[in-house]
Design a protein around this ligand. Structure first.
Ligand code: VG1
Ligand code: CO
Length: 580
Protein backbone atom coordinates (compact mmCIF):
# COMPACT_ATOMS: atom_id res chain seq x y z
CA UNK A 1 0.00 0.00 0.00
CA UNK A 2 0.98 3.62 -0.25
CA UNK A 3 0.27 6.53 2.07
CA UNK A 4 -2.23 9.16 0.95
CA UNK A 5 -2.73 12.55 2.57
CA UNK A 6 -6.36 13.62 2.42
CA UNK A 7 -7.38 17.24 2.88
CA UNK A 8 -10.07 17.83 5.47
CA UNK A 9 -11.69 20.58 7.52
CA UNK A 10 -12.65 20.56 11.21
CA UNK A 11 -16.00 19.43 12.59
CA UNK A 12 -17.44 21.17 15.58
CA UNK A 13 -18.08 19.35 18.83
CA UNK A 14 -15.48 16.56 18.73
CA UNK A 15 -14.75 16.97 22.43
CA UNK A 16 -14.44 13.66 24.27
CA UNK A 17 -16.85 13.45 27.25
CA UNK A 18 -16.77 11.33 30.42
CA UNK A 19 -15.73 8.36 28.28
CA UNK A 20 -14.76 9.31 24.74
CA UNK A 21 -16.62 10.84 21.82
CA UNK A 22 -20.25 9.72 21.50
CA UNK A 23 -22.56 10.91 18.74
CA UNK A 24 -25.42 9.72 16.62
CA UNK A 25 -24.37 7.33 13.85
CA UNK A 26 -25.53 9.85 11.26
CA UNK A 27 -22.96 12.28 12.64
CA UNK A 28 -20.17 9.70 12.65
CA UNK A 29 -20.77 8.52 9.08
CA UNK A 30 -20.28 11.97 7.59
CA UNK A 31 -17.26 11.85 5.29
CA UNK A 32 -14.06 12.48 7.28
CA UNK A 33 -15.79 12.73 10.67
CA UNK A 34 -14.25 9.59 12.18
CA UNK A 35 -11.03 10.14 10.24
CA UNK A 36 -10.57 13.61 11.73
CA UNK A 37 -10.96 12.32 15.25
CA UNK A 38 -8.59 9.41 14.71
CA UNK A 39 -5.91 11.62 13.11
CA UNK A 40 -6.35 14.19 15.89
CA UNK A 41 -5.70 11.36 18.35
CA UNK A 42 -2.57 10.13 16.55
CA UNK A 43 -1.31 13.71 16.45
CA UNK A 44 -2.04 14.20 20.15
CA UNK A 45 -0.19 11.00 21.05
CA UNK A 46 2.91 12.02 19.11
CA UNK A 47 5.23 9.98 16.93
CA UNK A 48 6.89 8.07 19.79
CA UNK A 49 3.55 6.55 20.81
CA UNK A 50 2.45 5.83 17.22
CA UNK A 51 5.45 4.89 15.07
CA UNK A 52 6.12 1.18 15.27
CA UNK A 53 3.38 0.80 17.83
CA UNK A 54 0.94 -2.06 18.37
CA UNK A 55 -2.60 -0.76 18.45
CA UNK A 56 -5.70 -2.61 19.65
CA UNK A 57 -8.89 -1.75 17.75
CA UNK A 58 -12.21 -3.34 18.77
CA UNK A 59 -15.43 -2.67 20.61
CA UNK A 60 -18.95 -3.63 21.49
CA UNK A 61 -19.96 -4.53 17.94
CA UNK A 62 -22.54 -1.80 17.52
CA UNK A 63 -23.63 -0.57 14.10
CA UNK A 64 -20.77 1.10 12.14
CA UNK A 65 -18.08 -0.74 14.18
CA UNK A 66 -16.87 -2.85 11.26
CA UNK A 67 -16.53 0.11 8.90
CA UNK A 68 -14.77 2.03 11.63
CA UNK A 69 -12.32 -0.82 12.24
CA UNK A 70 -11.33 -0.86 8.56
CA UNK A 71 -10.88 2.91 8.46
CA UNK A 72 -8.82 2.99 11.66
CA UNK A 73 -6.67 0.07 10.51
CA UNK A 74 -5.81 1.89 7.27
CA UNK A 75 -5.11 5.12 9.08
CA UNK A 76 -2.95 3.30 11.62
CA UNK A 77 -0.92 1.77 8.79
CA UNK A 78 -0.45 5.18 7.19
CA UNK A 79 0.59 6.76 10.47
CA UNK A 80 3.38 4.25 11.00
CA UNK A 81 1.73 1.79 13.38
CA UNK A 82 3.43 -1.58 12.96
CA UNK A 83 0.63 -3.92 13.95
CA UNK A 84 -3.09 -3.73 14.67
CA UNK A 85 -4.69 -6.24 17.04
CA UNK A 86 -8.38 -6.92 16.49
CA UNK A 87 -10.63 -9.18 18.55
CA UNK A 88 -12.48 -11.71 16.39
CA UNK A 89 -15.41 -10.01 14.64
CA UNK A 90 -14.15 -6.75 16.10
CA UNK A 91 -15.58 -7.73 19.47
CA UNK A 92 -13.83 -6.97 22.73
CA UNK A 93 -15.52 -5.64 25.84
CA UNK A 94 -13.98 -2.52 27.32
CA UNK A 95 -12.45 -4.50 30.20
CA UNK A 96 -11.19 -7.12 27.74
CA UNK A 97 -9.44 -4.35 25.76
CA UNK A 98 -7.83 -3.13 28.95
CA UNK A 99 -6.72 -6.68 29.75
CA UNK A 100 -5.35 -7.19 26.22
CA UNK A 101 -3.36 -3.94 26.35
CA UNK A 102 -1.85 -4.88 29.70
CA UNK A 103 -1.38 -8.62 29.29
CA UNK A 104 -1.27 -9.80 25.69
CA UNK A 105 2.19 -10.52 24.36
CA UNK A 106 2.79 -10.63 20.62
CA UNK A 107 4.81 -13.25 18.76
CA UNK A 108 7.98 -11.16 19.11
CA UNK A 109 7.39 -10.54 22.82
CA UNK A 110 6.05 -7.01 22.42
CA UNK A 111 2.93 -5.48 23.96
CA UNK A 112 0.31 -3.01 22.76
CA UNK A 113 0.85 0.70 23.15
CA UNK A 114 -2.79 1.68 23.26
CA UNK A 115 -6.29 1.02 21.97
CA UNK A 116 -9.19 2.54 20.15
CA UNK A 117 -12.36 1.26 21.79
CA UNK A 118 -15.42 1.53 19.59
CA UNK A 119 -18.44 1.87 21.83
CA UNK A 120 -21.07 4.22 23.14
CA UNK A 121 -21.42 1.88 26.11
CA UNK A 122 -24.93 1.97 27.57
CA UNK A 123 -26.38 4.14 24.79
CA UNK A 124 -28.59 2.40 22.21
CA UNK A 125 -27.10 1.38 18.84
CA UNK A 126 -28.22 1.05 15.23
CA UNK A 127 -28.37 3.39 12.22
CA UNK A 128 -30.44 5.96 14.12
CA UNK A 129 -28.71 5.63 17.46
CA UNK A 130 -25.23 6.15 18.89
CA UNK A 131 -21.68 5.32 17.98
CA UNK A 132 -18.61 6.17 20.00
CA UNK A 133 -14.84 6.00 20.13
CA UNK A 134 -12.27 6.46 22.85
CA UNK A 135 -8.55 6.01 23.19
CA UNK A 136 -6.89 4.07 26.00
CA UNK A 137 -3.23 4.37 26.92
CA UNK A 138 -0.47 1.84 27.44
CA UNK A 139 -1.64 1.19 31.03
CA UNK A 140 -4.97 -0.01 29.59
CA UNK A 141 -6.87 2.96 30.97
CA UNK A 142 -8.72 5.86 29.33
CA UNK A 143 -6.57 8.71 28.05
CA UNK A 144 -6.15 11.36 30.77
CA UNK A 145 -7.61 14.83 30.34
CA UNK A 146 -4.24 16.18 29.19
CA UNK A 147 -4.49 13.96 26.11
CA UNK A 148 -8.24 14.27 25.51
CA UNK A 149 -7.96 18.07 25.63
CA UNK A 150 -5.17 17.91 23.10
CA UNK A 151 -7.22 15.61 20.85
CA UNK A 152 -10.04 18.12 20.98
CA UNK A 153 -7.72 21.03 20.22
CA UNK A 154 -6.35 19.12 17.22
CA UNK A 155 -9.87 18.47 15.90
CA UNK A 156 -10.45 22.22 15.74
CA UNK A 157 -7.46 22.87 13.48
CA UNK A 158 -7.08 19.66 11.49
CA UNK A 159 -6.22 20.06 7.80
CA UNK A 160 -5.34 16.56 6.63
CA UNK A 161 -5.30 12.92 7.62
CA UNK A 162 -3.21 9.97 6.47
CA UNK A 163 -4.66 6.76 5.10
CA UNK A 164 -3.20 3.69 3.44
CA UNK A 165 -4.24 3.33 -0.17
CA UNK A 166 -4.28 -0.18 -1.56
CA UNK A 167 -4.63 -1.86 1.83
CA UNK A 168 -7.66 -4.18 1.60
CA UNK A 169 -10.36 -4.60 4.26
CA UNK A 170 -9.07 -7.48 6.33
CA UNK A 171 -11.42 -10.37 7.13
CA UNK A 172 -12.05 -9.91 10.86
CA UNK A 173 -14.28 -12.94 11.23
CA UNK A 174 -11.43 -15.46 11.34
CA UNK A 175 -8.38 -15.42 13.59
CA UNK A 176 -4.94 -15.14 12.10
CA UNK A 177 -2.28 -12.67 11.01
CA UNK A 178 -2.28 -10.89 7.64
CA UNK A 179 0.88 -9.06 6.58
CA UNK A 180 1.19 -6.19 4.16
CA UNK A 181 4.08 -4.25 2.71
CA UNK A 182 4.02 -0.45 3.11
CA UNK A 183 6.51 2.32 2.37
CA UNK A 184 7.87 2.06 5.93
CA UNK A 185 8.04 -1.74 6.00
CA UNK A 186 5.79 -4.54 7.14
CA UNK A 187 2.32 -3.91 8.56
CA UNK A 188 0.40 -6.72 10.30
CA UNK A 189 -3.22 -7.19 11.16
CA UNK A 190 -3.66 -9.80 13.86
CA UNK A 191 -7.21 -11.05 14.49
CA UNK A 192 -7.28 -13.02 17.73
CA UNK A 193 -9.71 -14.84 20.01
CA UNK A 194 -11.67 -12.23 21.99
CA UNK A 195 -11.74 -13.98 25.34
CA UNK A 196 -8.47 -15.92 25.84
CA UNK A 197 -6.30 -13.14 27.29
CA UNK A 198 -9.11 -11.75 29.43
CA UNK A 199 -10.00 -15.21 30.72
CA UNK A 200 -6.39 -15.95 31.58
CA UNK A 201 -6.24 -12.80 33.67
CA UNK A 202 -9.54 -13.56 35.45
CA UNK A 203 -8.33 -17.07 36.21
CA UNK A 204 -5.30 -15.60 37.95
CA UNK A 205 -7.59 -13.52 40.19
CA UNK A 206 -10.44 -15.83 41.22
CA UNK A 207 -10.66 -19.35 42.53
CA UNK A 208 -12.46 -20.82 39.50
CA UNK A 209 -12.96 -24.31 41.00
CA UNK A 210 -14.79 -22.90 44.03
CA UNK A 211 -17.05 -20.77 41.80
CA UNK A 212 -17.65 -23.84 39.68
CA UNK A 213 -18.72 -25.78 42.77
CA UNK A 214 -21.22 -23.12 43.63
CA UNK A 215 -22.61 -22.98 40.10
CA UNK A 216 -23.04 -26.73 40.00
CA UNK A 217 -24.77 -26.89 43.39
CA UNK A 218 -28.42 -27.85 42.74
CA UNK A 219 -29.62 -25.34 45.33
CA UNK A 220 -27.96 -22.49 43.47
CA UNK A 221 -29.20 -20.92 40.26
CA UNK A 222 -27.73 -18.22 38.05
CA UNK A 223 -28.79 -15.91 35.26
CA UNK A 224 -26.77 -13.45 33.15
CA UNK A 225 -28.21 -10.90 30.72
CA UNK A 226 -25.78 -9.21 28.33
CA UNK A 227 -28.54 -7.08 26.76
CA UNK A 228 -27.15 -8.14 23.36
CA UNK A 229 -23.88 -6.41 24.10
CA UNK A 230 -20.36 -7.77 23.72
CA UNK A 231 -20.27 -9.27 27.23
CA UNK A 232 -22.36 -12.13 25.86
CA UNK A 233 -19.35 -13.46 23.95
CA UNK A 234 -17.18 -13.50 27.06
CA UNK A 235 -20.03 -14.77 29.26
CA UNK A 236 -20.59 -17.84 27.14
CA UNK A 237 -16.94 -18.79 27.31
CA UNK A 238 -16.40 -17.94 30.97
CA UNK A 239 -19.65 -18.89 32.69
CA UNK A 240 -20.74 -21.78 30.51
CA UNK A 241 -17.61 -23.32 29.00
CA UNK A 242 -15.21 -22.67 31.90
CA UNK A 243 -17.44 -22.62 34.95
CA UNK A 244 -20.10 -25.06 33.88
CA UNK A 245 -23.16 -22.84 34.14
CA UNK A 246 -26.14 -24.02 32.15
CA UNK A 247 -26.44 -22.47 28.71
CA UNK A 248 -30.01 -21.48 29.60
CA UNK A 249 -28.66 -19.15 32.29
CA UNK A 250 -27.54 -16.80 29.54
CA UNK A 251 -30.09 -14.27 28.30
CA UNK A 252 -29.52 -11.94 25.32
CA UNK A 253 -25.93 -13.11 25.04
CA UNK A 254 -25.67 -12.91 21.25
CA UNK A 255 -24.25 -9.49 20.34
CA UNK A 256 -26.36 -7.43 17.96
CA UNK A 257 -25.52 -4.26 16.09
CA UNK A 258 -28.61 -2.58 17.51
CA UNK A 259 -28.77 -4.48 20.80
CA UNK A 260 -32.07 -5.93 19.62
CA UNK A 261 -33.55 -2.44 19.58
CA UNK A 262 -33.05 -2.10 23.34
CA UNK A 263 -31.15 0.21 25.61
CA UNK A 264 -28.07 -1.78 26.72
CA UNK A 265 -28.02 -0.23 30.18
CA UNK A 266 -28.13 -2.68 33.09
CA UNK A 267 -30.61 -1.10 35.46
CA UNK A 268 -34.09 -1.88 36.72
CA UNK A 269 -35.70 0.03 33.86
CA UNK A 270 -33.81 -1.28 30.84
CA UNK A 271 -32.81 -4.82 31.87
CA UNK A 272 -36.47 -5.85 31.71
CA UNK A 273 -36.04 -9.54 31.00
CA UNK A 274 -33.60 -10.13 33.82
CA UNK A 275 -35.68 -8.06 36.21
CA UNK A 276 -38.71 -10.22 35.39
CA UNK A 277 -36.74 -13.47 35.74
CA UNK A 278 -35.44 -12.37 39.12
CA UNK A 279 -38.93 -11.73 40.40
CA UNK A 280 -38.56 -7.96 40.54
CA UNK A 281 -41.08 -6.98 37.91
CA UNK A 282 -44.30 -5.43 39.12
CA UNK A 283 -46.09 -6.53 35.96
CA UNK A 284 -45.13 -10.17 36.13
CA UNK A 285 -44.89 -12.57 39.02
CA UNK A 286 -42.12 -15.14 38.83
CA UNK A 287 -42.71 -18.25 40.95
CA UNK A 288 -39.13 -19.36 41.32
CA UNK A 289 -36.44 -16.81 40.48
CA UNK A 290 -32.73 -17.73 40.39
CA UNK A 291 -30.57 -17.12 43.45
CA UNK A 292 -28.31 -14.74 41.58
CA UNK A 293 -28.72 -12.60 38.47
CA UNK A 294 -26.58 -10.02 36.74
CA UNK A 295 -26.64 -7.84 33.65
CA UNK A 296 -24.04 -5.99 31.60
CA UNK A 297 -24.08 -2.89 29.43
CA UNK A 298 -23.23 -2.77 25.72
CA UNK A 299 -19.46 -2.75 26.21
CA UNK A 300 -19.46 -5.06 29.23
CA UNK A 301 -17.87 -2.73 31.75
CA UNK A 302 -21.02 -2.27 33.84
CA UNK A 303 -22.84 -4.74 36.03
CA UNK A 304 -26.13 -4.91 37.82
CA UNK A 305 -26.27 -7.50 40.57
CA UNK A 306 -29.55 -8.96 41.75
CA UNK A 307 -30.51 -11.56 44.31
CA UNK A 308 -33.76 -13.48 44.27
CA UNK A 309 -36.38 -10.69 44.33
CA UNK A 310 -33.68 -8.37 45.59
CA UNK A 311 -31.87 -5.38 44.07
CA UNK A 312 -28.30 -4.60 45.11
CA UNK A 313 -27.38 -0.93 44.74
CA UNK A 314 -24.04 -0.52 42.99
CA UNK A 315 -22.83 1.60 45.91
CA UNK A 316 -23.53 -1.26 48.31
CA UNK A 317 -22.04 -3.75 45.87
CA UNK A 318 -18.58 -2.18 45.83
CA UNK A 319 -18.65 -1.78 49.62
CA UNK A 320 -19.51 -5.45 50.10
CA UNK A 321 -16.90 -6.61 47.62
CA UNK A 322 -14.30 -4.52 49.46
CA UNK A 323 -15.43 -5.85 52.84
CA UNK A 324 -15.11 -9.50 51.72
CA UNK A 325 -12.37 -9.44 49.11
CA UNK A 326 -9.43 -10.51 51.25
CA UNK A 327 -11.20 -13.68 52.41
CA UNK A 328 -13.09 -14.55 49.25
CA UNK A 329 -10.82 -13.60 46.34
CA UNK A 330 -7.29 -15.01 46.10
CA UNK A 331 -5.94 -11.96 44.22
CA UNK A 332 -6.60 -9.80 47.29
CA UNK A 333 -5.45 -12.26 49.93
CA UNK A 334 -2.43 -10.08 50.73
CA UNK A 335 -4.71 -7.18 51.69
CA UNK A 336 -6.14 -4.14 49.91
CA UNK A 337 -3.93 -1.22 48.97
CA UNK A 338 -6.83 1.18 49.26
CA UNK A 339 -10.34 1.75 47.94
CA UNK A 340 -11.98 4.54 45.97
CA UNK A 341 -15.37 5.68 44.77
CA UNK A 342 -16.68 8.41 42.52
CA UNK A 343 -18.13 11.45 44.25
CA UNK A 344 -21.84 10.71 43.66
CA UNK A 345 -21.45 7.09 44.82
CA UNK A 346 -22.85 6.50 48.31
CA UNK A 347 -20.61 6.53 51.34
CA UNK A 348 -21.14 2.81 52.04
CA UNK A 349 -17.56 2.23 50.89
CA UNK A 350 -16.28 4.99 53.19
CA UNK A 351 -17.66 3.16 56.21
CA UNK A 352 -15.98 -0.10 55.17
CA UNK A 353 -12.69 1.72 54.56
CA UNK A 354 -12.86 3.22 58.02
CA UNK A 355 -13.65 -0.11 59.72
CA UNK A 356 -10.87 -1.88 57.87
CA UNK A 357 -8.49 1.02 58.18
CA UNK A 358 -7.96 1.32 54.43
CA UNK A 359 -6.73 4.22 52.34
CA UNK A 360 -9.78 5.86 50.80
CA UNK A 361 -10.27 8.25 47.86
CA UNK A 362 -13.22 10.17 46.44
CA UNK A 363 -12.75 11.07 42.77
CA UNK A 364 -14.86 12.70 40.04
CA UNK A 365 -17.21 10.62 37.90
CA UNK A 366 -15.49 8.57 35.18
CA UNK A 367 -13.01 5.75 35.41
CA UNK A 368 -9.94 7.68 34.30
CA UNK A 369 -9.44 9.13 37.79
CA UNK A 370 -9.05 5.70 39.40
CA UNK A 371 -6.23 4.76 37.04
CA UNK A 372 -3.65 7.13 38.49
CA UNK A 373 -4.32 5.82 42.01
CA UNK A 374 -3.95 2.25 40.79
CA UNK A 375 -0.78 2.95 38.82
CA UNK A 376 0.65 4.43 42.02
CA UNK A 377 -0.30 1.31 44.00
CA UNK A 378 -2.79 3.16 46.18
CA UNK A 379 -6.06 1.54 45.21
CA UNK A 380 -7.18 -2.07 44.80
CA UNK A 381 -10.97 -1.85 44.49
CA UNK A 382 -13.19 0.96 43.30
CA UNK A 383 -16.66 1.64 42.09
CA UNK A 384 -19.29 4.03 40.88
CA UNK A 385 -22.99 4.28 41.60
CA UNK A 386 -23.62 3.89 37.86
CA UNK A 387 -23.21 0.11 37.96
CA UNK A 388 -19.44 0.24 37.56
CA UNK A 389 -17.15 -1.84 39.76
CA UNK A 390 -13.58 -2.92 39.29
CA UNK A 391 -10.08 -3.41 40.58
CA UNK A 392 -6.47 -2.79 39.74
CA UNK A 393 -6.26 -5.94 37.62
CA UNK A 394 -7.05 -3.60 34.70
CA UNK A 395 -7.74 0.11 34.25
CA UNK A 396 -11.43 -0.02 33.35
CA UNK A 397 -14.49 -1.08 35.25
CA UNK A 398 -15.26 -4.71 34.66
CA UNK A 399 -18.76 -6.19 34.56
CA UNK A 400 -17.77 -9.85 34.47
CA UNK A 401 -15.15 -9.31 37.17
CA UNK A 402 -17.90 -7.92 39.42
CA UNK A 403 -20.07 -10.98 38.79
CA UNK A 404 -17.14 -13.28 39.56
CA UNK A 405 -16.43 -11.25 42.71
CA UNK A 406 -20.02 -11.78 43.86
CA UNK A 407 -19.97 -15.47 42.97
CA UNK A 408 -16.70 -15.78 44.91
CA UNK A 409 -18.24 -14.14 47.96
CA UNK A 410 -21.27 -16.42 47.71
CA UNK A 411 -18.99 -19.44 47.29
CA UNK A 412 -16.96 -18.41 50.32
CA UNK A 413 -19.99 -17.78 52.55
CA UNK A 414 -21.50 -21.09 51.44
CA UNK A 415 -18.42 -23.25 51.50
CA UNK A 416 -19.89 -25.40 54.28
CA UNK A 417 -23.50 -25.57 53.10
CA UNK A 418 -23.38 -26.58 49.47
CA UNK A 419 -24.44 -30.05 50.66
CA UNK A 420 -26.90 -29.78 53.52
CA UNK A 421 -28.47 -26.67 54.99
CA UNK A 422 -29.70 -23.43 53.54
CA UNK A 423 -27.65 -21.26 51.28
CA UNK A 424 -26.59 -17.82 52.41
CA UNK A 425 -28.31 -15.63 49.84
CA UNK A 426 -27.43 -12.31 48.24
CA UNK A 427 -30.11 -10.71 50.37
CA UNK A 428 -28.67 -12.27 53.56
CA UNK A 429 -25.24 -10.87 52.73
CA UNK A 430 -26.59 -7.38 52.11
CA UNK A 431 -28.77 -7.30 55.21
CA UNK A 432 -25.91 -8.54 57.37
CA UNK A 433 -23.71 -5.84 55.87
CA UNK A 434 -26.27 -3.17 56.81
CA UNK A 435 -26.43 -4.48 60.36
CA UNK A 436 -22.65 -4.23 60.67
CA UNK A 437 -22.00 -0.98 58.83
CA UNK A 438 -25.34 0.83 58.68
CA UNK A 439 -27.35 1.34 55.52
CA UNK A 440 -27.01 4.04 52.91
CA UNK A 441 -30.41 4.52 51.36
CA UNK A 442 -29.68 5.60 47.83
CA UNK A 443 -31.42 6.51 44.62
CA UNK A 444 -30.58 8.27 41.38
CA UNK A 445 -33.03 10.22 39.24
CA UNK A 446 -32.06 10.74 35.59
CA UNK A 447 -33.70 13.33 33.39
CA UNK A 448 -32.53 12.22 29.95
CA UNK A 449 -32.39 14.38 26.86
CA UNK A 450 -33.76 17.55 28.41
CA UNK A 451 -33.27 20.97 26.85
CA UNK A 452 -29.59 21.86 27.23
CA UNK A 453 -30.23 25.51 28.13
CA UNK A 454 -32.76 24.56 30.79
CA UNK A 455 -30.27 22.13 32.29
CA UNK A 456 -27.53 24.76 32.39
CA UNK A 457 -29.87 27.25 34.01
CA UNK A 458 -30.83 24.73 36.66
CA UNK A 459 -27.19 24.15 37.50
CA UNK A 460 -26.50 27.90 37.55
CA UNK A 461 -29.47 28.40 39.85
CA UNK A 462 -28.06 25.82 42.28
CA UNK A 463 -24.57 27.31 42.21
CA UNK A 464 -26.00 30.73 42.99
CA UNK A 465 -28.14 29.38 45.81
CA UNK A 466 -25.07 27.84 47.40
CA UNK A 467 -23.46 31.16 48.23
CA UNK A 468 -25.56 31.29 51.39
CA UNK A 469 -26.08 28.12 53.45
CA UNK A 470 -28.54 30.01 55.67
CA UNK A 471 -30.63 30.82 52.65
CA UNK A 472 -30.47 27.18 51.47
CA UNK A 473 -31.63 25.98 54.88
CA UNK A 474 -34.43 28.51 54.93
CA UNK A 475 -35.69 27.30 51.56
CA UNK A 476 -35.36 23.66 52.62
CA UNK A 477 -37.23 24.10 55.89
CA UNK A 478 -40.11 25.64 53.99
CA UNK A 479 -40.24 22.54 51.77
CA UNK A 480 -39.83 19.92 54.53
CA UNK A 481 -39.22 20.63 58.17
CA UNK A 482 -38.27 16.99 58.84
CA UNK A 483 -34.91 16.90 57.01
CA UNK A 484 -31.68 17.83 58.74
CA UNK A 485 -29.63 20.97 58.07
CA UNK A 486 -27.27 21.49 55.19
CA UNK A 487 -23.84 22.06 56.66
CA UNK A 488 -21.83 22.36 53.47
CA UNK A 489 -22.49 22.95 49.80
CA UNK A 490 -20.02 23.24 46.96
CA UNK A 491 -19.08 22.35 43.43
CA UNK A 492 -16.90 19.28 43.68
CA UNK A 493 -13.30 19.80 42.67
CA UNK A 494 -10.59 17.17 42.64
CA UNK A 495 -6.86 17.48 42.84
CA UNK A 496 -5.21 14.30 41.65
CA UNK A 497 -2.85 13.22 44.45
CA UNK A 498 -0.40 11.75 41.94
CA UNK A 499 -0.03 14.30 39.17
CA UNK A 500 -1.54 17.33 40.90
CA UNK A 501 -3.97 18.01 38.05
CA UNK A 502 -7.19 19.75 39.08
CA UNK A 503 -10.65 18.90 37.73
CA UNK A 504 -13.32 21.50 38.44
CA UNK A 505 -17.13 21.67 38.15
CA UNK A 506 -17.59 17.99 38.90
CA UNK A 507 -21.10 18.31 40.32
CA UNK A 508 -22.96 20.29 42.94
CA UNK A 509 -23.14 18.83 46.42
CA UNK A 510 -25.32 19.51 49.40
CA UNK A 511 -24.05 17.78 52.51
CA UNK A 512 -26.44 17.46 55.45
CA UNK A 513 -25.69 17.27 59.15
CA UNK A 514 -26.94 13.68 59.43
CA UNK A 515 -24.73 12.45 56.58
CA UNK A 516 -27.40 12.76 53.90
CA UNK A 517 -26.33 14.12 50.52
CA UNK A 518 -27.87 15.60 47.44
CA UNK A 519 -25.74 15.76 44.30
CA UNK A 520 -26.59 17.30 40.94
CA UNK A 521 -24.53 16.67 37.81
CA UNK A 522 -24.81 16.99 34.08
CA UNK A 523 -24.02 13.79 32.23
CA UNK A 524 -20.96 13.73 29.98
CA UNK A 525 -21.90 10.66 27.96
CA UNK A 526 -25.12 11.65 26.18
CA UNK A 527 -25.28 12.42 22.50
CA UNK A 528 -28.32 14.68 22.39
CA UNK A 529 -29.61 17.52 24.59
CA UNK A 530 -28.56 17.25 28.23
CA UNK A 531 -29.08 14.67 30.92
CA UNK A 532 -29.41 15.80 34.51
CA UNK A 533 -28.51 13.31 37.19
CA UNK A 534 -29.75 13.78 40.72
CA UNK A 535 -28.24 11.55 43.41
CA UNK A 536 -29.94 11.19 46.77
CA UNK A 537 -28.48 9.48 49.80
CA UNK A 538 -29.29 9.03 53.47
CA UNK A 539 -27.34 7.14 56.10
CA UNK A 540 -29.11 5.03 58.72
CA UNK A 541 -27.08 3.46 61.51
CA UNK A 542 -30.00 2.35 63.66
CA UNK A 543 -30.44 -1.34 62.83
CA UNK A 544 -34.14 -1.18 63.60
CA UNK A 545 -34.58 1.26 60.72
CA UNK A 546 -32.54 -0.36 57.97
CA UNK A 547 -35.30 -2.45 56.45
CA UNK A 548 -37.40 0.28 54.85
CA UNK A 549 -38.27 0.63 51.19
CA UNK A 550 -35.66 3.00 49.81
CA UNK A 551 -37.98 5.25 47.78
CA UNK A 552 -40.14 5.67 50.85
CA UNK A 553 -37.20 6.36 53.14
CA UNK A 554 -35.82 8.93 50.71
CA UNK A 555 -39.13 10.65 49.89
CA UNK A 556 -38.49 13.75 52.05
CA UNK A 557 -35.04 14.31 50.51
CA UNK A 558 -36.38 13.73 47.01
CA UNK A 559 -39.02 16.36 47.57
CA UNK A 560 -36.40 18.80 48.83
CA UNK A 561 -34.13 18.11 45.86
CA UNK A 562 -36.85 18.62 43.26
CA UNK A 563 -38.18 21.80 44.77
CA UNK A 564 -34.81 23.28 45.68
CA UNK A 565 -33.58 22.80 42.13
CA UNK A 566 -36.91 23.83 40.55
CA UNK A 567 -36.55 20.71 38.44
CA UNK A 568 -39.94 20.90 36.79
CA UNK A 569 -39.62 24.61 36.11
CA UNK A 570 -36.27 24.27 34.35
CA UNK A 571 -36.82 20.99 32.53
CA UNK A 572 -40.57 20.83 31.99
CA UNK A 573 -40.44 17.27 33.36
CA UNK A 574 -42.70 16.14 36.15
CA UNK A 575 -40.92 12.80 36.49
CA UNK A 576 -37.45 11.40 35.73
CA UNK A 577 -36.77 9.15 32.73
CA UNK A 578 -35.08 6.52 34.86
CA UNK A 579 -34.92 5.89 38.59
CA UNK A 580 -32.25 3.56 39.89
C1 VG1 B 1 -21.85 7.88 33.11
C2 VG1 B 1 -21.78 7.46 34.56
C3 VG1 B 1 -20.33 7.36 34.99
C4 VG1 B 1 -19.58 6.40 34.07
C5 VG1 B 1 -19.74 6.86 32.63
C6 VG1 B 1 -19.12 5.90 31.64
O1 VG1 B 1 -21.28 9.15 32.97
O2 VG1 B 1 -22.48 8.36 35.39
O3 VG1 B 1 -20.28 6.95 36.34
O4 VG1 B 1 -18.22 6.35 34.40
O5 VG1 B 1 -21.12 6.96 32.30
O6 VG1 B 1 -19.68 4.65 31.74
P1 VG1 B 1 -22.17 10.48 32.87
O7 VG1 B 1 -21.17 11.58 32.60
O8 VG1 B 1 -23.15 10.25 31.79
O9 VG1 B 1 -22.85 10.61 34.19
V1 VG1 B 1 -19.77 3.68 30.40
O10 VG1 B 1 -20.22 2.20 30.90
O11 VG1 B 1 -20.97 4.60 29.56
O12 VG1 B 1 -18.39 3.82 29.58
CO1 CO C 1 -20.03 0.83 29.49
Amino acid sequence: FKITRVNTTPFEGQKPGTSGLRKKVKVFIQPNYLQNFVQATFNALGADRVKNAILVVSGDGRYYSKDAIHIITKMAAANGVRRVWIGQNGLLSTPAVSAVVRERVGADGSKATGAFILTASHNPGGPHEDFGIKYNMENGGPAPEGITNKIYENTTTIKEYLIAEGLPDVDISTTGVSSFEGPEGKFDVDVFDSTSDYLKLLKSIFDFPSVQNLLSCPKFSFCYDALHGVAGVHAKRIFVEELGANESSLVNCVPKEDFGGGHPDPNLTYAKELVARMGLSKAHSEPNPPEFGAAADGDGDRNMVLGKRFFVTPSDSVAIIAANAVQAIPYFSGGLKGVARSMPTSAALDVVAKHLNLKFFEVPTGWKFFGNLMDAGMCSICGEESFGTGSDHIREKDGIWAVLAWLSILAYKNKDNLGEGNLVTVEDIIRQHWVTYGRHYYTRYDYENVNADGAKELMAHLVKLQSSIDEVNKVIKEIRSDVSNVVHADEFEYKDPIDGSVSKHQGIRYLFEDGSRLVFRLSGTGSEGATIRLYIEQYEKDSSKIGRDSQEALAPLVEVALKLSKMQEYTGRSAPTVIT
